[in-house]
Design a binder for this molecule. Structure first.
Ligand SMILES: N[C@@H](CCC(=O)N[C@@H](CS)C(=O)NCC(=O)O)C(=O)O
Length: 221
């Protein structure tokens, strides 16, 4: 049975990550739209799939999985031969470096990005102007982390090593929508040329460009 992908249909957040891995790996799927504007994610039917009342969720022949990063790992593990291999290995050290990078993405990037999203995307959604005074410390906190990224990426092409991995793609969770909304050059600042080079390599991937252009389209109705 074809994989079912329950999503908001928005190419952002966790939904965007799962859609990207499906596209990178050309995995056939049926897209099932959960209408967040009507609180579809809180319906009893959806809560049975995702107890926190959120998207994304997949149903792979009765195996139901939520949490975007867990879904991406499952898909990368299940379809190693489809598209790029997104899980480093096979050695224990390669896997350990991948896990290290995965922790860094969550603890040293995503958490700061979420704070920034509140002050940019969150404000824009409420029709409020972005407040430069509130933004400044958030940009400084993230900037300090990106200075470390710059050092890491001056030694290797990607965040877990010299090969692209899921962890690189995880960085596309919320930052693109912040950049779209605010116009800030957070990831393409010339003061961090290696971060800019790495960011460019992610955001110009054909699968990402195609998703941003066409939206999430299931391969079966
Ligand atoms: N940690 C979750 C976060 C999921 C999440 O924040 N989903 C948002 C949309 S991207 C959502 O469902 N929001 C509606 C709600 O929380 O009621 C994941 O990565 O899957």
């Amino acid at each position: 049975m074809v994989l079912k992908f329950f999503s908001s249909g928005r190419v952002s957040g966790g939904t965007g990550l799962v859609a990207l891995v499906l596209a990178e790996k050309r995995i056939p799927f049926q897209h099932i739209h959960v209408d967040l504007s009507r609180q579809g994610q809180k319906s009893p039917e959806h809560l049975a799939r995702q107890p926190f009342g959120q998207v994304p969720v997949i149903d792979d022949d009765g195996f139901v999985l939520y949490e975007s990063r867990a879904i991406c790992r499952y898909l990368a593990e299940k379809y190693p031969e489809h598209g790029p291999n997104l899980l480093p290995g096979p050695t224990i050290r390669e896997r350990a470096l991948f896990e290290q990078a995965a922790s860094v993405e969550f603890a040293d990037f995503h958490i700061f990005v979420v704070r920034l999203a509140g002050e940019t995307v969150g404000k824009a959604l409420r029709g409020l102007p972005i407040d430069p005074i509130a933004l400044s410390p958030l940009l400084a906190q993230l900037g300090a982390k990106l200075d470390v990224y710059e050092r890491i990426l001056s030694r290797q092409a990607y965040i877990a090593g010299n090969e692209l991995s899921l962890v690189d793609l995880f960085h596309l969770n919320t930052m693109p929508i912040i950049i779209d909304t605010s116009g800030l050059d957070i990831m393409s600042n010339p003061a961090r040329p290696n971060v800019a080079r790495w960011w460019e390599s992610l955001t110009t991937r054909p699968a990402w460009i195609g998703l941003r252009r066409d939206g999430i389209r299931g391969t079966v109705p």
